[in-house]
Design a protein around this ligand. Structure first.
Ligand code: KG4
Ligand code: ZN
Length: 368
């Protein structure tokens, strides 16, 4: 089935066209298009995402990305004729789509509405071509969760085949700008949250600490960059809740410790501060995820969300996984870690098959 997915929950406008097959026992995805228009430059001067600016940019970008999808589907990519304007009113050029998936939450509601309204419009246009077309709402978090199902750059659909049965039970860690959650997956569709942050999300703490260090938004990649020259053991920042038996997290205290450290050490080495902060933040993620994996006898660990784009976090998870030979580690390609629409197509496919669809209304606090 051909799926068109739309994602506008925060500051990335994303549209993907994905061919899904295999059903729930063996879901497979072939990425036909995966377009992301980033708004980072627009929000950077404000030090974070401004909801109404995000909405304005989504409204501008959505038709442009859709236009590109249609042009590419026509096979005119990289040809001279690509400059020809093709309107999506034309009957002949719209690819046959079976399912439209749109993110309905969690996220910024004005931004989410732009994607919902746009997909409703597309739905009524495309329905004339395919009366069986369906439109469903998808949780952004289930997008991150199921991103492990997407093929990596190196894998084609043909060679790609995860043996799903061998993965469960699994522990999934979602680490993004808005969430830090640990989930127990007994199967692809049996999902239970076992822990989450009690205050700031880990990505949010990277963004806030970067700001304290005078680095631009988004903070994660900036901290990653300057940490290269720093000593991660230079400063002993706290590891909040690391020894507690539960699977919850807390990141606001760690950020405050960095604030006090900078206040009391005017000549602090910024690279050391960044590297030591990152070390503390990741220590807790690693410790709690592996403890959960042991407790629930997990056969695999999945890590997703924007923070999993960190090469350091990937390295540390890899290293730790090697110690326990029986555990398989699944982290999607970098492009599927940060916000994208291919993951919404994957989650949409799974949820469509199990008839778990969300209302077509923006819900800033939607759960998985
Ligand atoms: O999943 P995502 O793209 O959007 C949300 O759903 O929030 O995650 C964005 C978050 C931001 O807080 C950003 O600073 C963080 O992911 N991030 C990173 C890195 N790249 C992005 N954090 C640490 N290291 C990175 N390399
Ligand atoms: Zn996200």
């Amino acid at each position: 089935m051909k799926i068109l997915a739309i994602e506008t929950s925060c500051d990335e406008t994303a549209i993907a066209l994905v061919e899904a097959s295999g059903g729930l026992p063996r879901p497979r995805f072939k990425i036909l298009e995966n377009l992301v228009a980033s708004q980072i430059k627009i929000h950077a001067p404000f030090g974070g995402v401004v909801p109404n600016l995000a909405k304005r940019e989504h409204l501008k970008n959505l038709p442009l990305l859709w236009q590109r999808i249609m042009n590419n589907e026509l096979g005119i990519r990289n040809k001279k004729s690509a400059s020809k304007t093709i309107t999506h009113n034309s009957k002949f050029i719209i690819p046959k789509i079976d399912l439209i998936c749109v993110t309905v939450g969690p996220g910024l509601e004005p931004a989410l509405w732009t994607g919902i309204e746009f997909s409703k419009e597309l739905y009524s246009k495309l329905k004339t071509q395919n009366p069986k077309l369906k439109l469903i709402g998808v949780s952004h978090l289930s997008g991150h969760l199921y991103s492990f199902l997407l093929p990596s750059d190196k894998e084609s659909l043909k060679s790609y085949g995860l043996n799903l049965k061998s993965l469960f039970p699994a522990i999934a860690l979602i680490v993004s700008g808005g969430h830090t959650s640990l989930l127990l997956m007994k199967s692809l569709t049996s999902i239970k949250k076992i822990g989450e942050t009690r205050d700031d999300a880990v990505g949010e703490s990277f963004d806030k600490v970067a700001r304290l260090l005078g680095l631009p938004y988004p903070g994660g990649p900036q901290i990653e960059k300057i940490s290269k020259d720093g000593n991660p053991l230079a400063i002993e920042f706290p590891r909040p809740m690391i020894h507690q038996k539960n699977f919850d997290f807390s990141y606001s205290g760690l950020k405050t410790s960095v604030l006090y450290y900078l206040r009391d050490n005017k000549d602090a080495d910024m690279a050391d501060v960044a590297a030591s902060f990152r070390q503390a933040a990741f220590d807790v993620l690693i410790k709690k995820t592996f403890r959960a994996a042991r407790e629930f006898k997990a056969r695999s660990i999945m890590v997703s969300g924007g923070v999993s784009a960190s090469r350091e976090l990937r390295k540390r998870f890899n290293k730790e996984t090697k110690k326990s030979a029986k555990i398989k580690l699944l982290i999607p390609d970098l492009g599927f870690s940060t916000d994208n629409a291919a993951m919404i197509a994957a989650a949409g496919y799974i949820n469509f098959l199990r008839k778990k669809n969300h209302k077509l209304e923006a819900n800033g606090n939607l759960q998985i």
